[in-house]
Design a protein around this ligand. Structure first.
Ligand code: ATP
Length: 374
């Protein structure tokens, strides 16, 4: 087990700056997930930590030891990739024990370590098989086994689940979390999938364009996103956004949504502009007797849970809000808002319902900097 520290780490590829001043402390035994869209620099950071890519400047420490200039073999870490990288001609047993054999560990010790890892990973019955005779999930467990037997001070995992189908991915995801808890090994896990990040991490690092956007627990990122990007990226379906006026009266702030005045509570100190971008999560919108009338353009029913689609009320500007804030699995256009409701009522396309925005659930962002205003 070890701590991991990045201190002012930068990475350039020629003129291109892939990582800007990166600073992060990862505590002992933590499962820290790096998440962000493609190209944000997640893999670059991991490769620098593994010693597979040089840092342009700054330093990296593992367990308080500066490893910036050490080769990958001297860093006492184990990596698990998405493509498993198993040796096809070797049995599962040999694949798991390979690293130890290379290190000259006595055979009896290798056998003991392999058997223990196989038991933890429920691979005991497959030890004599070749990788091609295993499912994708079992292969990934073999790759994990190979990492475990080395007893490294840290695990680095780069999208280890992306080759698995949806069901196996969910299953293997919880297996990795349990395994990590049981072994207590400091782990950095990279993914572009925010659901994976939210369900696995003790702490999440959200990255964009080589810059950390926010570091926090899943709850913190969800309920207090630092900016528009994090707000849009975390949560599924993603947050709804609209532009609106800021009105202040007796120390209280309000905006308008359609015909309705929406109370925002005490005026946040930083709220000085006449306009702001507002955000509300689909699960926080309320359907009821009061609220703004909206016409449903689509009803997606998932049993008791429904996703209701409707147009943002007229006059509520959404075009100028950048599209990249919406995560990739979310196909709605910018003028459409979503409400996620759990009730037994039936909803129909074309029906008019009333939607309310409860006080305390509306997020406020600066129209220029896109920082959260709190
Ligand atoms: P993905 O999820 O697609 O793997 P990522 O967040 O892991 O993305 P990186 O692979 O770390 O992103 O890449 C970060 C940026 O650095 C990208 O813009 C990429 O094009 C660039 N980059 C990565 N490797 C090199 C290289 N060897 N030479 C030049 N540019 C590179």
């Amino acid at each position: 087990m070890a701590t991991i520290d990045f201190k002012n780490v930068q990475k350039r590829y020629g003129q291109f700056k892939a990582i800007h001043d990166f600073n992060l402390h990862v505590g002992e035994g933590e499962l820290c997930v790096f998440v962000g869209p493609s190209g944000c620099g997640k893999s670059t950071i991991l490769k620098m930590l593994a010693g597979l890519e040089e840092t342009t400047s700054g330093s990296i420490e593992i367990g308080g030891r500066d490893v910036t200039d050490l080769g990958p073999g001297k860093r006492d870490i184990a990596m698990v990739f998405q493509n498993y990288a198993l040796y096809p001609h070797m049995s599962v047993r040999s694949n798991i024990g390979f690293g130890l054999k290379m290190r000259g560990v006595p055979k009896a010790d290798i056998d003991k370590a392999v058997n223990e890892a196989a038991e933890i990973l429920e691979l005991t019955d497959y030890l004599d098989r070749r990788p091609r005779a295993l499912s994708g999930g079992q292969r990934q467990r073999v790759a994990l086994g190979r990492a475990i037997v080395r007893e490294p001070s840290a695990f680095l995992m780069d999208e280890p689940l992306s080759n698995l189908d949806a069901k196996l991915r969910t299953q293997t995801r919880s297996e990795i979390v349990k395994l990590q808890k049981r072994l207590g090994v400091t782990t950095i896990y990279v993914t572009h999938d925010q659901v994976e990040a939210l369900t696995m991490a003790t702490r999440i690092v959200v990255m964009r364009g080589g810059v950390i956007q926010q570091v926090g627990s899943p709850d913190e990122l969800f309920s207090q996103p630092a900016n528009l990007f994090v707000a849009g990226f975390i949560g599924s379906p993603g947050m709804n956004f609209f532009r609106g006026p800021v009105e202040i009266e007796n120390g209280k702030a309000f905006t308008r949504f359609g015909e309705q005045r929406i109370p925002l509570g005490q005026v946040p100190q930083k709220l000085t502009a006449k306009e702001a971008i507002f955000g509300i999560r689909p699960e926080h919108l309320q359907v009821g007797e009061t609220g703004v009338p909206v016409t449903l353009s689509l009803v997606e029913s998932l049993g008791t849970e429904k996703i209701l689609h409707f147009a943002t009320p007229k006059g509520q500007e959404t075009d100028a809000i950048e599209t990249e804030i919406v995560s990739d699995e979310d196909a709605r256009d910018k003028k459409t808002m979503l409400a996620r409701v759990i009730d037994d009522r039936r909803y129909h396309d074309g029906e008019t319902i009333r939607i309310a925005l409860p006080e305390g659930k509306v997020h406020i962002f600066d129209t220029v900097t896109h920082e959260a205003i709190v």
